[in-house]
Write a protein that binds this ligand. Structure first.
Ligand code: 0WD
Length: 255
């Protein structure tokens, strides 16, 4: 039997077949997990439904994390499709106005600051609140972060600030949920060409820079992030919580 046989998980943030969430879903499925997906709006519904079918996953509906009622609805539906409870949740959601992912951080508007932090950081805490109730036998929460949380990176701007807050929230959530045997970790992924990444200024240059400078002399794939995610939501990592693991071809040791 597989690493995740008997485990049930919710995956938030599949937009298309380039999404990191999709890499994670493929790997979790390959290791035997039963999955449920959400999508954001009707435009993505059409993309997410066939992907879910490929992995024999439930599609449990629209989720816009700026609307607390929609998060509640998703977890109510998760409770229906997985009456035995859930074992893991993977959060692969971030947003910032594209116009502010270029140029200087100092120009960030209050409106976009608030929205970016709400969607890219607070939503993970909002998800953890609901997941806690469905993780009756403990569980694992996982989110995605980036090196721009630790160091200045060109164009990453308010997302760097949001990811720093997200990484801090991983530690606080880990402390809150540890007594219930719910673990909270993050993967700090190297740059990957996805829909969200295409909004970041000079992204192609960032990919090249990583290729030339990372110890492994390449970038990483969604499948590689997926394999590490499978480990983090499995019992193999049961002694770990509050951790940020870099899956970045080693870039963080040189950057
Ligand atoms: O280089 C990269 N691609 C990296 C991404 C490096 C390191 C980390 N990450 C992170 C991202 O910041 C994000 O947290 O990985 C996570 C997944 O991002 P992704 O796979 O790069 O991007 P994408 O496939 O676009 O998925 C992000 C999705 C959204 O897609 P779009 O592009 O339509 O914004 O986040 C979802 C949405 O599906 N999303 C929301 N979901 C619910 N409610 C919302 C929202 N309000 N806003 C965005």
């Amino acid at each position: 039997s597989g690493l995740l046989t008997g485990k049930r998980g919710l995956i938030l943030g599949v937009a298309n077949n380039r999404s990191i969430a999709w890499g994670i879903a493929k790997s979790a499925h390959a290791h035997g997990a039963k999955l449920a997906f959400t999508y954001q709006g009707d435009a993505l519904k059409k993309r997410v439904e066939p992907l879910a079918r490929d992995l024999d996953a439930h599609v449990i509906g629209h989720c816009d994390v700026t609307d607390p009622a929609s998060i509640d609805a998703v977890f109510a539906q998760a409770d229906r499709v997985f009456p035995e409870g859930i074992d893991f949740v993977v959060h692969c959601i971030a947003f910032s106005d594209k116009d502010e992912l270029t140029g200087r951080y100092i120009e960030t508007s209050e409106g976009n600051f608030t929205k970016s932090l709400l969607i890219s950081c607070y939503s993970f805490t909002a998800v953890a609140q609901r997941a806690e109730r469905l993780m009756r036998n403990g569980g694992s929460l996982l989110t995605l972060t980036y090196y721009g949380a630790e160091k200045w990176m060109p164009h990453y701007n308010v997302m760097g600030v949001a990811k720093a807050a997200l990484e801090a929230s991983v530690r606080y959530l880990a402390a809150d949920l540890g007594p219930k045997n719910i673990r909270v970790n993050a993967i700090s992924a190297g740059p990957i060409k996805t829909l969200a990444a295409s909004g970041i200024g000079d992204f192609r240059y960032i990919l090249k820079w990583n290729e030339y400078n990372a110890p492994l002399r390449r970038t990483v794939t969604i499948d590689e992030v997926g394999e590490t995610a499978a480990y983090l939501v499995s019992d193999m990592s049961r002694g770990m919580t509050g951790e940020i693991l870099h899956v970045d071809a080693g870039y963080h040791v040189v950057g």
